[in-house]
Design a protein around this ligand. Structure first.
Ligand SMILES: *Cc1c(COP(=O)(O)O)cnc(C)c1O
Length: 445
């Protein structure tokens, strides 16, 4: 009976020194035990010779390698979608990365006052910079813009009404819907106007003593065209309730300077009189995932006192990256230092030249005029002209799959029967890896 020929776990473990060194004894023991159980089940179902120890050890090694392989892997984004949500939105600047390393590898003055030698405030790091950059009285950093909105509504409107235009009852993506967040916060949604047209007087007429706030949610990811109307933010701010402006992207620089539509800027909302403005750290700001809240000092004080504020507060690593990112704006070097703005500002001629360089280095493909997009639910329909390296072939989807299967995966677009690669979202430092990967994938075709 070959079941008897199966080695014991202890015997295998004695021969598994390399695996134990690499993965630890408990995990290795578990993998060997599972391998033996599987072998036993196979032999019971179909009697035959037992597998050799070497085969059992090799199978355990493969299983352990698969189990412990990193799942959050760096990829080369050659799609030309700058804020690719599935690929992690904004890459961080060099200074932000250095700040993350310093804050993460040891202790830091997260809530410590060096002068007094006692407890300080985590608000000193990014919030004073946000105040200076936006002109707001006060600021708070939380986990992301979705939690910012939940916190604001919970703190300022629980059990009371919030006016929202029917044209702004939006789903942002990832299941984030304004009406759901409103319900979760305990605020009562009061819809005003119609899907395509809402006027100042619609808000005016809905104002009664039960209403705590007016919410404006930016149409980040869609456009309403045709017969439409929405009051200006300043008109809403002239009404007798605080206006909360959910900007989503919340740019600090003017996107119109780069041939894009003008994305609402945080400074503009503050200047127009919005009482509280919420925006993301990792959309057009180009920093880490975070939710940034700026606005009136009295309202921010109430928001900071709410118990949810503690539940959604930002950690030291986020605050370090965010402060470093905000400093780029303060020092007027954002377009040079923040990868997102460098990509937005890249000149089409330079991009075309880079695509030509790739074509020459590979001896394959053609260079086409194409378009990059912003992505991340920002500036829908807006594009930036670029040059694309197009690789034609009988099976573009198979080539795209081989590119994704590389040790450093390359994510490309497939369009018009070709694999399309956009230099706009590929850092120059990534080019050697990109070209090596393309050569390998083309050679294997
Ligand atoms: C993206 C977006 C959000 C959610 O922001 P996260 O930082 O991803 O949580 C909220 N509101 C609007 C208008 C958005 O565009």
């Amino acid at each position: 009976m070959s079941l008897r020929d199966l080695p014991s776990v202890d015997k295998l473990l004695g021969q598994a020194g390399d695996l134990v060194a690499a993965y630890g004894r408990p995990l290795t023991t578990q993998a060997l035990r599972e391998g033996l159980e599987a072998a036993r089940a196979r032999l019971l179902a179909e009697p035959g010779p037992a597998p050799a120890s070497a085969a059992l050890l090799a199978a355990a090694g493969a299983q352990l390698a698969a189990l412990t392989a990193p799942t959050l892997r760096p990829v080369i984004n050659a799609t030309g979608v700058i804020l690719h949500t599935n690929l992690g939105r904004a890459p961080l600047s060099r200074a932000a990365l250095e700040a993350v390393t310093l804050a993460g590898q040891g202790y830091a003055t997260l809530e410590y006052d060096l002068e007094k030698g006692e407890r300080g405030s985590r608000a000193t790091h990014a919030e004073r910079l946000l105040i200076r950059l936006t002109g707001a009285e006060a600021a708070l950093v939380v986990n992301n813009c979705a939690s910012a909105l939940l916190l604001i509504l919970s703190a300022l409107a629980r059990g009371r009404g919030v006016l929202v235009s029917r044209g702004q009852l939006v789903e942002i993506g990832g299941g984030f819907r304004v009406p759901d967040v409103m319900r979760q916060s305990g605020a009562k949604l009061v819809e005003v106007g119609t899907t395509n047209r809402t006027h100042r007087r619609d808000f005016q007429e809905a104002l009664d003593e039960r209403v705590a706030l007016i919410l404006r949610a930016h149409h980040s990811n869609f456009k309403i065209l045709g017969f439409t109307a929405e009051p200006e933010l300043a008109e809403l701010c002239a009404l007798a309730r605080p206006v909360v402006d959910d900007l989503g992207s919340g740019a600090l620089l003017d996107t119109a300077a780069y041939g894009l539509a003008h994305e609402p800027m945080v400074q503009e909302s503050v200047a127009a009189g919005a009482a509280v403005v919420a925006f993301s750290g990792d959309k057009l700001l180009g920093g880490p995932q975070a939710g940034l809240i700026v606005g009136r000092a009295d309202l921010l004080a109430r928001i900071k006192r709410h118990p949810l504020a503690r539940a959604v507060r930002a950690d030291k690593v986020t605050l370090a990256a965010l402060a470093a990112t905000l400093l780029h704006y303060l020092k007027d070097e954002a377009v040079r230092e923040i990868p997102l703005w460098r990509m937005i500002a890249a000149a089409p001629d330079d991009l075309r030249r880079r695509a030509e360089g790739w074509r020459a280095a590979l001896g394959a493909g053609t260079v086409l005029a194409g378009e990059s997009t912003i992505g991340g639910g920002s500036l829908p329909g807006e594009t930036l002209p670029t040059g694309l390296l197009a690789l034609a072939g009988r099976a573009p989807n198979a080539l795209a799959a081989r590119l994704r299967a590389l040790p450093q995966p390359i994510i490309a677009r497939v369009g018009e029967g070709q694999v399309l690669l956009d230099p706009r979202t590929v850092a120059e430092a990534e080019e050697p890896a990109l070209l090596a990967g393309l050569r390998a994938a083309l050679g294997a075709g």
